[in-house]
Design a protein. Structure first.
Length: 277
């Protein structure tokens, strides 16, 4: 009898741990809302008034989903700027798994890039054809442009840039009141005519993962250079007896410690049930 009671207590403790430990707990299950009209991707949450937001408390974000017969729409809101990490440099990657396995075999990285006027002209001409010289001159009056770029990532780790178009994935971000808002549109269908879709349809279930932050190759190289420069300046300060040298370069030990630690990468998965008309 005593052994049976001990066994019951053991299983009870195991269940509690499974619910509390992140690695053992299940992903949140969220229902997608049906939208009768396409959602305008403008980086605003005005179109989402009345939708139920799901919170991911660990990173202080709220999110919601809609879909129609063609696209999945995602609203993603940061409520605390410290969790943005290096999203301006690394972008936001959305992973899609229609088998429910959380495999990173297919994803789209949504990123904001600053490019020169000539690069912008080349991108526009790739989509719509040659531009008249007068239009090019007008574009060059602005030295740089911010573009919202999408890259498909496959299971081999290779990626390619999506040139755009009405059926292509899209996103937009802009600050709101005490928040940063992201909106995404991703095609549901996948085939010869639509190679960048998720490969599912209304009424189906899937897993969607969100990932951002961390360090890119370029950020790692810049970090290494900064650490090297700071170390050199610090040694120079010690040699000359100038104890303020380190504070003048790199912001002192607190900032140097932050650089050495690097930027944090955040990620989580959601079980999503697509709506059906």
């Amino acid at each position: 009898m005593r052994n049976k009671k001990a066994l019951n207590n053991f299983f009870l403790c195991f269940i509690v741990l499974a619910l509390c430990v992140p690695g053992l707990s299940k992903d949140k299950k969220v229902e997608c809302a049906w939208t009768p009209a396409p959602v305008e991707i403008d980086g605003s949450n005005n179109d989402w008034v009345g939708d139920t937001l799901t919170a991911e408390k660990k990173v202080k974000v709220d999110y919601a989903f809609r879909n129609d017969s063609e696209n999945l729409y995602v609203l993603f809101i940061f409520n605390d700027p410290k969790f943005l990490s290096t999203i301006n440099q690394t972008g936001m990657t959305l992973w899609f798994d229609t088998e429910g396995k959380k495999e990173k075999d297919y994803g789209i990285r949504f990123n904001i890039k600053t490019i020169t006027a000539d690069t912008y002209i080349a991108l526009v001409e790739k989509q719509v054809g040659a531009l008249p010289e007068e239009k090019k001159k007008e574009i060059r009056q602005t030295p740089t442009y911010r573009i919202f770029q999408n890259e498909v990532i496959d299971k081999k780790g290779e990626d390619f840039i999506i040139t755009g178009g009405p059926a292509a994935p899209a996103f937009m971000s802009r600050p709101g009141k005490n928040m940063m808002i992201y909106e995404f549109r991703i095609p549901l269908k996948k085939g010869e005519a639509q190679a960048v879709g998720i490969g599912t349809e209304p009424g189906k279930e899937m897993k969607i993962g969100f990932e951002w932050g961390g360090l890119t190759k370029e950020l790692k190289e810049a970090r290494a250079k900064r650490l090297g420069a700071s170390s050199t300046k610090s040694r120079a300060g010690e040699a000359t007896g100038d104890l303020t040298q380190e504070r003048r370069v790199g912001g002192g030990s607190a900032e140097l410690s932050s650089i050495r630690r690097g930027a944090k990468r955040y990620s989580f998965w959601v079980d999503l049930s697509l709506a059906q008309k």
